[in-house]
Design a protein around this ligand. Structure first.
Ligand code: INI
Length: 160
């Protein structure tokens, strides 16, 4: 028997990622993106959009993230896909609809395609809480990128 665990050191130069970013609340999503890029870069991944390791796709809001994630996952060009969005309750009466559709669609995409799709959509009551998670206190963009590297490497191990 064996223990499988994703790591942060192997296959680094061959890994490919897509990052999908919602423009809605881009004060927050821009910062999540910076955190994710910082993490990928410090693990040796070339985050330059002109390079071969990370593609970036901007969408209007979190509701559009799942369909784009699905399309990218079906292309099989990526080891993992990171979805970045920010849904803030104070801004909208349809907070719950946007959150539910985003989480359902992202989870379904992972499940259907076998490509790790990381749920990096912040769901908070206030802009203050969102900003605290996007850089004022910590930057969860970093954590989402860590999950992407870990899952990319784990899938390479268990697909063998
Ligand atoms: N999209 C978000 O990413 N965050 C939000 O807080 C939000 N609010 O508040 O409505 C939001 N709405 C836009 C939605 O994601 C779609 O882009 C839009 O409905 C067009 O389909």
């Amino acid at each position: 028997m064996a223990v499988f665990e994703g790591n942060f050191t192997q296959n680094i130069s061959s890994l490919k990622f897509a990052i999908i970013i919602g423009r809605f609340n881009d004060l927050v999503t821009d910062k999540l993106l910076s955190g994710a890029q910082d993490c990928l870069k410090r693990h040796g991944i070339n985050v330059n959009p002109e390079g071969t390791q990370v593609d970036y796709v901007w969408v209007p809001g979190s509701l559009e993230i799942p369909m784009v994630a699905r399309q990218l996952a079906l292309s099989t060009n990526y080891n993992a896909i990171i979805c970045l969005g920010a849904v803030i309750r104070g801004d909208t009466p349809h907070f719950d609809y946007v959150c539910n559709e985003a989480v359902k669609g992202i989870a379904a995409t992972s499940f259907e395609t076998g490509i790790p799709v990381i749920f990096g959509v912040l769901t908070t009551d206030t802009m203050q809480q969102a900003l605290e998670r996007a850089g004022i206190k910590s930057n969860l963009g970093w954590n989402y990128a860590m999950s992407a590297i870990e899952m990319a490497n784990l899938m390479l191990q268990i697909k063998r």
